[in-house]
Design a protein around this ligand. Structure first.
Ligand SMILES: CC(C)(COP(=O)(O)OP(=O)(O)OC[C@H]1O[C@@H](n2cnc3c(N)ncnc32)[C@H](O)[C@@H]1OP(=O)(O)O)[C@@H](O)C(=O)NCCC(=O)NCCS
Length: 185
């Protein structure tokens, strides 16, 4: 497989909550070293491995106080994200190495967040996951998506700008970025 090549599934598969469908990758991302990562929706069987990713995630509390610092808080935070949002993971074999979530605020807008484990940053996974969330947000008919990022976080600001997000507010070390998708009919 060549770097950058993606294998996308159908719209119904992408949005399906059926456990059998969730376990099948939405796409495979090939990094610059030719290593394949499976990008999947988060299934219930992935929960413990996602907790493992965040327990070893460093530094904690770096992105607006996230991820949380200890395991009970990590579990509570993830349960809330699973309740409120559509969660994507990137897998290297069975290990979860990155997580991104589109949390619905209401039927028109959703918040985007992405976390790539420190051992796997700089490979393009953050960019790939946010790209997938933008596609999914379009499929789900959101009017806009946004994210709150630290003003020193050049990597996520760079990723978001490259995908068309604009900066709409800067306050107290944070940058709010939004991407307008389309007006509802
Ligand atoms: C921010 C984060 C998601 C980025 O993920 P990543 O997989 O390392 O990023 P990628 O490899 O996809 O891409 C990074 C892009 O930013 C660029 N970049 C990296 N560091 C940069 C910097 N200091 N200044 C400018 N650009 C930078 C890279 O060159 C790359 O750009 P390119 O695609 O044009 O080559 C990851 O570092 C992370 O999880 N950080 C901790 C959690 C966090 O801050 N999340 C964001 C807020 S929710």
């Amino acid at each position: 497989m060549k770097p950058g090549v993606s294998y996308l599934r159908t719209v119904e598969d992408v949005l399906s909550d059926e456990p059998r469908v969730l376990s099948v990758p939405l796409t495979i991302f090939i990094d610059k070293h030719g290593r394949p990562f499976r990008i999947c929706r988060l299934g219930t069987r992935d929960f413990e491995r996602l907790v493992e990713m965040y327990v070893s995630f460093e530094p904690k509390s770096q992105a607006g106080g996230l991820p949380p610092t200890d395991e009970p808080r990590i579990r509570a935070w993830l349960e809330k994200l699973i309740d409120q949002g559509l969660n994507l993971i990137a897998k290297d074999k069975s290990q979860i190495v990155a997580h991104a979530v589109l949390s619905s605020i209401d039927e028109r807008e959703a918040e985007v967040a992405v976390f790539v484990h420190q051992g796997f940053q700089g490979l393009g996974l953050g960019h790939k996951l946010v790209t997938c969330l933008v596609t999914i947000a379009n499929l789900k008919d959101f009017e806009k998506i946004w994210g709150l990022v630290e003003s020193e976080n050049s990597a996520i600001i760079h990723i978001n700008h490259s995908l068309g997000f604009s900066t709409y507010r800067i306050s107290q070390g944070s940058v709010e970025m939004e991407l307008k998708l389309h007006e509802r009919k």
